[in-house]
Design a protein around this ligand. Structure first.
Ligand SMILES: Nc1nc2c(c(=O)[nH]1)N[C@H]1C(S)=C(S)[C@@H](COP(=O)(O)O)O[C@H]1N2
Ligand SMILES: [Mo]
Length: 258
């Protein structure tokens, strides 16, 4: 979803049109109504809608803070999967990822299948940022990779696509890790597919050969071990339908803004 700059829809009318502006008006002085479970449900709905409005008006295109080289953490720890356990991954790793490919498909005009060498030959972006994990740790690292927008342009992503799903090589039991973002984050200048960390090829523990950096969001959105990027119109029909493994299984928020 992109909002064309010349669009007659202002943000205000967008919010009103989505029925968001009215949500706050229900709130003042409603003691008796407050007792009814149905009304409480309506209020909860209102809270969620208000969060949606907040997202619409907060500047989603603002940049995440970038740090100096001297701020880089001596160790960037590995969290979640540290080594995907599948035969496919073992074979890619043994071959130095020469046979690994990234698929870009779904709602695109030209599906892509790219080797690591092809990705490395594209223009790069480097950024030193802080990663924040919900488990209570942070680390600053310098990431090098391909701006996601370049891949979307190359694939000709359709303007009816609303989300990107990142399919990953690692499994939690029978469930693959996956994550998703919307087009605002997909086109953000700091959203890159990183293949290097602190000047070296990405270590296995940090997602080799390719991981997402979406710097305005929390750690679990930073999908590691990506094998496929799929452009879709809805998240509801993939995996558990909530846009990510932890969203499906642990009620994590889909939008994890920081
Ligand atoms: N494929 C995959 N991606 C993942 C995870 C994972 O287990 N598998 N863990 C997530 C979580 S919770 C965090 S905090 C970061 C950790 O990245 P790091 O291992 O480079 O520190 O990766 C995220 N991306
Ligand atoms: Mo995390």
């Amino acid at each position: 979803m992109t909002i064309p700059t010349k669009s007659p829809l202002t943000r205000r009318s967008l919010i009103a049109g989505a029925g968001l502006a009215g949500a706050g008006l229900l709130l003042p002085g409603c003691d008796r109504l407050d007792q009814s479970p149905a009304f409480r449900e309506t209020l909860r709905l209102g809270e969620r809608v208000t969060m949606g409005a907040q997202r619409l008006v907060s500047d989603r295109t603002a940049l995440a803070r970038e740090y100096d080289g001297g701020d880089i953490s001596p160790i960037f720890r590995s969290n979640g999967t540290r080594m995907p356990g599948t035969p496919d991954y073992a074979a890619w790793l043994a071959g130095g990822f020469a046979d690994w490919r990234l698929a870009v498909d779904g709602m695109v005009a030209r599906p892509l299948s790219l080797s690591l060498a092809q990705l490395g030959a594209m223009p790069v972006r480097e950024q030193t940022t802080r990663h924040d994990c919900v488990e209570g740790w942070s680390a600053i690292g310098r990431w090098t990779g391909t701006p996601l927008k370049l891949l979307l342009d190359a694939a000709g992503v359709r303007n009816t696509a609303r989300y990107l799903i990142f399919h990953c090589a690692d499994l939690y039991g029978a469930r693959p890790y996956y994550e998703s973002i919307d087009m605002i984050d997909a086109l953000h200048p700091q959203t890159i597919l990183a293949w290097a960390l602190n000047g070296r090829m990405l270590p296995v523990g940090n997602g080799a050969p390719l991981r997402l950096r979406v710097e305005r969001q929390l750690g679990y959105k930073q999908a590691k071990y990506i094998t496929r990027i799929e452009a879709v119109a809805t998240l509801a029909t993939s995996y558990g339908g909530k846009g990510g493994l932890w969203e499906d299984t642990n009620d994590y928020e889909w939008y994890a803004g920081i």
